[in-house]
Design a protein around this ligand. Structure first.
Ligand SMILES: C[S@@+](CC[C@H](N)C(=O)[O-])C[C@H]1O[C@@H](n2cnc3c(N)ncnc32)[C@H](O)[C@@H]1O
Length: 198
């Protein structure tokens, strides 16, 4: 694996090992070591994400992720699914780092689609067969439209399931309660309208 200088201010270099919390995950620790804290900007992986994937029994052939930024949740999802397909509307300057990160980690089961808008996003998703979706795009504007794009897979993990994000909060609360699992500490909710297939 290539050594590189972490992109953090040398004044703020980390001292000591990371032995607990989300960043003690071997992959996230390696990302932190090689790319610094910039890589984690806007990531939901820094909370209960990995533990919640285990709790809901996440597994299968294809995982779709909507909203990817630097690919941090994608690299965790890639440990549970045979492949991960990411579709994200990102600024041009945010599109490169995820490729460097997965290359540095030697992860080869993620495909990234950088799309320009929701019409392109819908086109990619409509041609895709997937078992699970992590919905983490533009929650304020697209929560419901994104759910309509992916609900056919029967298993959707929502980020920002909390009352300060009403589009997600209200949508999840309308789903059959027996099909919804809520995270213990963080704003994740999982709708499992279909049992997992092995
Ligand atoms: C909060 S970040 C999620 C990053 C990643 N899931 C993680 O937690 O590591 C949200 C991502 O969605 C992208 N995005 C914004 N609008 C979007 C849209 N309409 N459809 C899909 N992705 C969108 C953002 O640019 C950003 O990359």
């Amino acid at each position: 694996m290539n050594e590189r200088t972490p992109r953090t201010d040398p004044e703020e270099a980390l001292r000591g090992d990371i032995t607990h919390g989300a960043f003690s995950h071997p992959l996230l620790k390696e990302v932190m070591r090689q790319f610094g804290r910039t890589a984690f900007g806007r990531s939901s992986a820094c909370m209960e994400f990995d533990a919640f994937l285990r709790r809901i029994g996440a597994r299968g052939k294809t995982c779709l992720e909507i909203g990817t930024m630097h690919g941090i949740t994608a690299i965790l999802l890639a440990q549970y699914f045979r492949r991960v397909v990411c579709v994200s509307v990102d600024r041009a300057q945010d599109r490169g780092l995820k490729h460097e990160i997965v290359r540095a980690l030697g992860i080869t089961n993620i495909t990234f689609h950088d799309v320009e808008n929701n019409a392109e996003k819908a086109k990619v998703i409509s041609g895709l067969d997937f078992d699970f979706c992590y919905s983490d795009g533009d929650h304020a504007r697209d929560a419901r439209a994104d759910f309509e794009l992916v609900r056919r897979c029967g298993r959707v993990l929502f980020h920002e399931y909390w009352p300060i994000q009403p589009p997600v909060w209200n949508l999840v609360n309308e789903l059959p309660p027996e099909e919804v699992t809520r995270a213990q500490f963080d704003c994740f909710a999982y709708w499992g309208g279909k049992p997992w297939s092995d």
